[in-house]
Design a protein around this ligand. Structure first.
Ligand SMILES: [Zn+2]
Ligand SMILES: [Zn+2]
Length: 326
């Protein structure tokens, strides 16, 4: 069992996910005679078994969990929200934007998969791979249903004997939030800052088309705050938050430069094929590689470092404006 006590009597719990990052870290935190939970995990057997084991081992009655804060709508965080709500009877809170995305992306009658397939094709992904990406996404949607009852997060949560400030930090998703405690200088930072992996910043239909700009602003927001520990949702907790933020900004700057240089009348797919050439990507990974490439290309275009045009079929090409990139 992947479970650690954190300062102040809460628990950091690694729940398995069927992805290379292996775990999503959820937090079970005391609040008077009950608990609150931050994030729930991905909806599959191994994760549900892990939770049963955690409740047994800690002798925590699931009914003593009174509130669940789901930091964003991604399946590794929100997938088990319905199951957990059934088990605990707890209220589930999300930011309004991601509450809406839950329904739009995973709800019944969703057209998100078709829109992603369309986006892929427009950016040069071959038809066969575009449809594989859509099939994979469809399967994931099925695992997300039924959706839980979700309330809009409209209050500063109270747990561990203090009130936690909600910081809206879009970029990784439009409605992602962190929970910050100034006195303790701690933040539950979800997927905003991670170590050693870097958070995926992607463009999706129906969401912000300038997520990298949003992400930069969110990082600046956190960088201005005194923080001793960031409790992250993947990898290790981070103690050198400001340095890690600088590294993340540098990582995206490098990637922007690389893509700017590659953009010599190419599609996002052609650019991504070079950037990710060292890896043999599955359709699921291609979806993220493409969405991340498009996010960087949107940034470059908005910053007037590249321009785009469409051919007669509507395929989008990218061209850098300055020939020499330093
Ligand atoms: Zn995420
Ligand atoms: Zn995550």
């Amino acid at each position: 069992m992947n479970l650690n006590k954190i300062e102040g009597n809460g628990y950091r719990i690694g729940i398995p996910v069927p992805f290379p990052m292996k775990y999503v870290y959820c937090y079970l935190l005391p609040s008077d005679d009950s608990y609150v939970l931050i994030d729930t995990g991905y909806n599959y057997g191994k994760a549900r078994e892990a939770w049963e084991e955690v409740f047994d081992q800690l002798t925590v009655d699931p009914l003593s969990i009174r509130a669940i804060y789901v930091t964003h709508f991604h399946p590794d965080h929100s997938g088990l929200a319905h199951w957990m709500q059934q088990k605990t009877g707890a209220a589930i809170y999300m930011h309004a934007s991601d509450r809406e995305m839950m329904d739009r992306v995973w709800g019944k009658g969703t057209v998100q998969t078709a829109r992603i397939e369309e986006m892929m094709k427009k950016h040069g992904v071959p038809a066969a791979l575009s449809s594989e990406i859509a099939d994979h996404m469809d399967k994931m949607s099925q695992q997300m249903r039924p959706l839980p009852d979700i309330q809009e997060l409209d209050h500063d949560p109270v747990f561990m004997d203090s009130s936690w400030q909600v910081l809206h930090t879009p970029g990784h998703s439009d409605g992602m939030f962190c929970l910050y405690n100034e006195q303790e200088q701690k933040v539950f930072s979800s997927d905003l800052i991670l170590y050693p992996i870097t958070p995926n910043i992607s463009v999706w239909p129906g969401a912000s088309q300038r997520p990298l700009h949003d992400y930069h602003l969110s990082l600046q927001k956190i960088k201005r705050l005194p923080v001793k520990t960031a409790y992250t949702a993947h990898g290790e907790p981070i103690h050198n938050v400001k340095e890690r933020i600088d590294e993340l900004i540098e990582h995206h700057d490098q990637r922007l430069k690389q893509m700017e240089e590659l953009a010599g009348g190419l599609t996002a797919y052609q650019i991504a094929s070079t950037v990710f050439a060292h890896r043999d990507l599955t359709p699921h990974q291609w979806r993220f590689a493409m969405a991340e490439t498009i996010a960087h290309l949107h940034y470059l275009e908005e910053e007037k470092r590249t321009r785009t045009w469409k051919d007669h079929e509507g395929t989008i090409y990218n061209e850098h404006i300055h020939k020499t990139v330093t």
